[in-house]
Each structure stands twice: as structure tokens, then as C-alpha cells.
Design a protein around this ligand. Structure first.
Ligand code: HXC
Length: 258
């Protein structure tokens, strides 16, 4: 069936997913999250795709979890379906790089979804925030953990305890986003970045992503050990031999993703 709340297209070797619930500023209802999960999995399985861009609209990346869908839920009910674990964490299972391209509001679950991606590039119109406190809840999709690791304790505390939004310039200074670009260029810049990543060896890109992510899940010694073994594993690939031969021969490498 055609997805109802997202738009999916490919641009060369880049898979592009746009959140598309304009009437609700892309609030992340259950149905949307299921469609997003399916689209991400399909791109992850597609050999022609080397990177994925996830974006919203000019006005909003996503204004959070769907408050209207949540408002009448009770404790037993949210525990029973482990709200939000089972719907939201698909993006963490994707092995290809996922770039969040954020314009406008990225609030609550929207900010958390962007932070689950591998990197964020922001339009100059982007606004990031965790306003859950104003609704009588705390962030529930990793915000207290990922925002704190991204911007440090003091700024994360301030944002989470007050609901204050951060603009694009502040987000870049704080290290939450890789880069800020003019709003009109956001998608093209994100796709260009995805194309560059997709031009490299897929298995090497996947290992690089895995190694960086290990920095969030392990001690320094464990992370360095994993990195060394993954680095050594690259020597099993034809693409490694090609990359280094091409350098020595002063030509462009031709990667075959093997
Ligand atoms: C449901 C939402 C929504 C949301 C906006 N809308 N955000 N619906 N859930 N999170 C709807 C509005 O109700 C409205 O619908 C329409 O989108 C347009 O929004 P407006 O408020 O009219 O727009 P504007 O005045 O421009 O204000 C933009 C805004 C505001 C500042 C972003 O919409 C806002 O504060 N939204 C809620 C942000 C928030 O609290 N997010 C955290 C959610 S909790 P109608 O029908 O009236 O036109 C969360 C928890 C995550 O994310 C935990 C893990 C899941």
C-alpha cells in the first residue's frame, strides 16, 4: 500500500524520505512511524542505495510525537506496548548512513528522531527543542541521553527543564548539527552529502558508521579495540585494494562494494 504520511523517492544512490503530515507539522503518529520504519528498511536492503536522507517540510522537520494520539493513554497501556520503543527505534537498526535534514521545528520526538540519525544538517530556519516538560512528561525517545551527549549537561539540562528552543546557529556551536545551510539549499546539500558517502565502498561506510556509534555504547578501550579489528577487516575487501592502488596510480578508485 502507498504510504499516507511520508513521501519516498530516490535521487541517484540516495534514498530520500520526507515526513508529510503538513496539517499536524509532521507530528509523529504511530502510523507515520510504521511507514517510516518500512521505508528505511527498504532503502537499507536496496543495493543501489548508499545513504538515506530524512527530512520534513520547510516549516517543520517534526513537531514531536502526536500529542492528540497520546493524550488519553494510561500507564498500563503505554507499558503494554512499550511506548515508544517498538515503533521508534527502527532508525537505529539501519546500517547505511541516515542524514537528518532539518528545517523549521524539530521538537520533542522530532528532535529525538533527528538525533537518532547519524548526522544532522540544519537549515538556518531550524529550531530544536525538548518541550515535553510543558506537557507534563519528560523526553521518551532518547532525548535526555542523546541531547546530553551532543551538547553537554548544562545546555541539555537547561533545554529539557525549561523547554527552551535552540536556533540553528546555537545548535551548530553546541555540536548538535554538523552544518547549517540556507533553507532553500537544504535538500540539495543533504543529497549531495549522501551522494558523496554513497560514492565510497558500502561495506567500509557501514564499518565506519558502526565504529563511530560504538563511541556511544562502550568504553574507550573497547571502542578502540573494535575500531582496530574493523580497520583490519577492511583489508579483506577488494575495495581496500582498489582504493590504495588508485591512489598510488594517481587515478580515481572504482569501488565495487565488495
Ligand atoms: C499533534 C500537533 C503537534 C503535535 C503541532 N500540531 N504539533 N498535533 N502533536 N506534537 C498541530 C496543531 O495542533 C495544529 O493543528 C497544527 O499542528 C499546526 O500547529 P500550530 O500550533 O497551529 O502551529 P504554530 O502556531 O505555528 O506553532 C508551532 C509549534 C506548536 C510551536 C511547533 O505547534 C507546538 O508547540 N507544538 C507542540 C510541540 C511539542 O510540544 N512537542 C513535543 C510533543 S511530546 P490544528 O488542528 O489546531 O490546526 C513528545 C514526546 C516524545 O514529542 C516522547 C517519545 C515519543
Amino acid at each position: 500500500p502507498m504510504p499516507e504520511h511520508i513521501l519516498v523517492e530516490t535521487r541517484g544512490a540516495v534514498g530520500l524520505v520526507r515526513l508529510n503530515r503538513p496539517q499536524a507539522l509532521n507530528a509523529l503518529c504511530d502510523a507515520l512511524m510504521l511507514e517510516l520504519g518500512a521505508a528505511l528498511r527498504a532503502f537499507d536492503a536496496d543495493e543501489a542505495i548508499g545513504a538515506i536522507v530524512l527530512t520534513g517540510s520547510e516549516k517543520a522537520f517534526a513537531a514531536g510525537a502526536d500529542i492528540k494520539e497520546m493524550k488519553d493513554r494510561g500507564f498500563a497501556d503505554v507499558v503494554a506496548d512499550d511506548f515508544i520503543g517498538n515503533r521508534w527505534e527502527t532508525v537505529l537498526e539501519i546500517r547505511k548512513p541516515v542524514i537528518a535534514a532539518v528545517a523549521g521545528f524539530a521538537l520533542g520526538g522530532g528532535c529525538e528522531l533527528a538525533m537518532m540519525c547519524d548526522l544532522i544538517i540544519a537549515a538556518d530556519t531550524a529550531k530544536f527543542g525538548q518541550p515535553e516538560i510543558t506537557l507534563g512528561v519528560i523526553p521518551g525517545a532518547g532525548g535526555t541521553q542523546r541531547l546530553t551527549r551532543a551538547v553537554g549537561k548544562s545546555k541539555a539540562m537547561e533545554m529539557i527543564l525549561t523547554g527552551r528552543m535552540m536556533d540553528a546557529a546555537e545548535a551548530e556551536r553546541a555540536g548538535l548539527v554538523a552544518r547549517v545551510v540556507p533553507a532553500a539549499e537544504l535538500i540539495d546539500e543533504a543529497v549531495k552529502l549522501g551522494e558523496r558517502i554513497a560514492s565510497f565502498s558500502r561495506p567500509v561506510v557501514a564499518m565506519a558508521k558502526e565504529a563511530v556509534n560504538a563511541a556511544f555504547e562502550s568504553s574507550l578501550a573497547e571502542g578502540v579495540r573494535l575500531e582496530r579489528r574493523l580497520f583490519q577487516s577492511c583489508f579483506a575487501l577488494a575495495d581496500r585494494a582498489e582504493g590504495m592502488a588508485a591512489f598510488a596510480e594517481k587515478r580515481k578508485p572504482v569501488f565495487v562494494h565488495r
